[in-house]
Design a protein around this ligand. Structure first.
Ligand code: 5GP
Ligand code: ZN
Length: 125
């Protein structure tokens, strides 16, 4: 436990993305450092679609506390590194975090979508 606003354990055994971090479930890893991991989305919505996650389990952005701001910065950094590696830094890309029911969050381990490789419509649905 690292902050009162982050009650989750460092990893949660049954969490899908914690299991990807632990290499218990295969994923195409694009980039990683000590704190964050970027891997390709299983159901891509654009030519480039990967997910960037903190390695430590956090349910969502709304569960991140003040003590997590460095970790969140590392996730952003991972997204820009992955964008560079995937060749979309020149054409641009979109970073999206879905939080909760109305945003359609379906995996409850904080993740940032990196989407690119085609023009992206705005506003989103
Ligand atoms: P959310 O809807 O929570 O914002 O996004 C969850 C994302 O996780 C979806 O885009 C979905 O395709 C992706 N996803 C779900 N299960 C897996 C998996 O086992 N492996 C990978 N690589 N992506 C997954
Ligand atoms: Zn997790």
């Amino acid at each position: 436990m690292t902050s009162p606003a982050s009650p989750e354990a460092p990893t949660t055994p049954k969490c899908l993305f914690c299991r990807i971090v632990a290499r218990e479930i295969p994923a195409t890893i694009v980039w990683e450092d000590e704190h964050a991991l970027a891997f390709k989305d299983l159901n891509p919505q654009a030519p480039v679609h990967c997910l960037v996650i903190p390695k430590r389990h956090l349910v969502g952005i709304h569960h991140a506390g003040k003590d997590d701001v460095d970790l969140l910065g590392r996730v952003f950094h991972g997204a820009r590194e992955a964008a560079e590696l995937l060749g979309v830094s020149g054409t641009g890309y979109r970073l999206v975090v879905n939080q909760g029911e109305h945003a359609g969050q379906s995996v409850f381990h904080l993740h940032m979508h990196l989407l690119g490789g085609r023009p992206l419509a705005w506003p989103p649905g």
